[in-house]
Ligand binder design. Sequence first.
Ligand code: NAG
Ligand code: NAG
Ligand code: NAG
Ligand code: NAG
Ligand code: NAG
Length: 502
Amino acid sequence: MLPAFLLLTAAAAATPADGIRTFAVRNAQSDAYSADPATRMAWFHEEGTRVRLKYAERLGLNVDAIKASRKRSTVQVQNWGSSYSVQVDIGTPPQTFDTFIDTGSSDLWVVGRCQDPRECGMSKPFVPKDSSSFQGTGRIFNITYLKGETVGEWVEDVVSVGGVGIRTMFGLADYLTEWSTEQSALMGLGFQDASTGGEMPWWQAASANWTEKRWGMYLARTANWTDAVSNPSPQGGELTFGGIDRSKFYGDASFYSLASRRGLWTIPSQGIALQGRILDPTTVLATTDSGTSIIMGPDAAVLAFYRAIDPRAVAFSDGSWAYECGPGGNINASFAFGTPNEPGFGPPRLFEMWDGDLVFFSGTRAEFATAGVRLPPFMMGERYCIGNVMSWNDDTVSNYWLIGSPFLRNVYSIYETTPIRHGFAPLSFEFNLKYGDTYNPIQGGDGASGGGNSPHSPSAGGGNVTTDAGQGGGQATTKPSGAGRSGVAMLVGGLALAVWCL
Ligand SMILES: *[C@@H]1O[C@H](CO)[C@@H](O)[C@H](O)[C@H]1NC(C)=O
Ligand SMILES: *[C@@H]1O[C@H](CO)[C@@H](O)[C@H](O)[C@H]1NC(C)=O
Ligand SMILES: *[C@@H]1O[C@H](CO)[C@@H](O)[C@H](O)[C@H]1NC(C)=O
Ligand SMILES: *[C@@H]1O[C@H](CO)[C@@H](O)[C@H](O)[C@H]1NC(C)=O
Ligand SMILES: *[C@@H]1O[C@H](CO)[C@@H](O)[C@H](O)[C@H]1NC(C)=O
């Protein structure tokens, strides 16, 4: 742990004169907040697919199998998955773009000529001829980590974030598929090693001038689920380059050395914990990714997680899980970073996650049916939840967690370059806002729009955990119990055929 005095000294040195730049992050619209439950469910399914494709090369996943699993989708998902963005200026004079921030990749790219307006017509394009500082390279830009395709040219121009302009190489995408979102660009906040073109990410170039060699990020929760659709919150969080914002967290941050040199923020972890108890204290790897809206883990670990919450939890064929829950979610999970085996990587520490961040969908059997999900006959409880923790659906990935915004919304995250370390601290009380006493993300339908609007005081676990029906709680540490009976066909509405195990 970094001694407290060191942190304070660093913070004291961090005045604007040293180039510290703090600016707002926007929490943008996405079908994750759609009023139509079936659309939301389709978005969730697609998000799983998108994440698997994004990490397919890194993890050796079968791309054809992942793509094939999408074919049953009948609901058109309008938006790209992740929803945190910042304003980026490109060119001279500056053209301004709402730009996704993605710690899970390392390229910057922007929509250029949009050859098929049905695919990218919602996004404002960058117009090279309007910039006097623009320069093309003729080199093909082609990224494969997206669901769709993105092809264009590597180009160079002045890119400004928070008022700091740096000549940067970026991809100008002339051909895009499945980019139906108003954001025009994506900025990778990983390392140069992970850039598809071997280019230095903007933040790494900028860090040459930072007195404090680090940056920090706070991702806020969506304040008003109903409103989020028509009026994306401008208060989506905050990004600070060249320093950190101590007002956003309390106590000491814990720092972890990177466990992998493959270009992303990957650190040792002991996986997920319930009620403060680590389910499987084996050291694995975890990559944090602000461009992912779910948490994805090894199949066996995710099975153990949901079975410990509800012994009758069921898995869907897309890697998501449903379990019996009270209105609050009934999870109380933490993520464990660090490893006791090699103290050099950083001390083991649990970071709690609010239940509201870990539940994607919650409702009665009838409400699930409205969303196109038929629960199996033995699920006769009052209420069920689909969690934001998904399995890779590939048992070759046994030791790797991908940790998206459902976790990152619970901490202030710190990204250091000298030495390279990734850190977290619990959010300050006033920034750890939990909206609504109970969490019900189901929108519209009965008019009782979901997700309360009034922030209530942050409290551990958020909301009361109901432990009726002898299900919730999750004290058990059930290990995956081998193969069981399996059934078929729960998810309907053409989404996917589901298989569950008993
Ligand atoms: C882009 O990359 C993909 C995968 O490597 C390849 O199949 C495709 O032909 C490439 N497209 C262009 C225009 O280079
Ligand atoms: C660093 O600061 C100097 C002086 O202000 C400036 O000329 C240079 O462009 C800056 N470099 C970067 C990478 O920001
Ligand atoms: C949430 O958004 C809806 C739709 O815009 C609005 O009617 C409602 O008043 C908002 N609630 C709060 C607390 O702002
Ligand atoms: C949640 O787990 C923590 C341990 O991580 C425990 O201290 C707390 O009491 C639990 N909260 C609830 C509501 O069960
Ligand atoms: C939790 O339970 C306590 C005691 O029953 C009650 O006073 C409180 O209002 C409840 N809180 C929530 C968020 O339901």
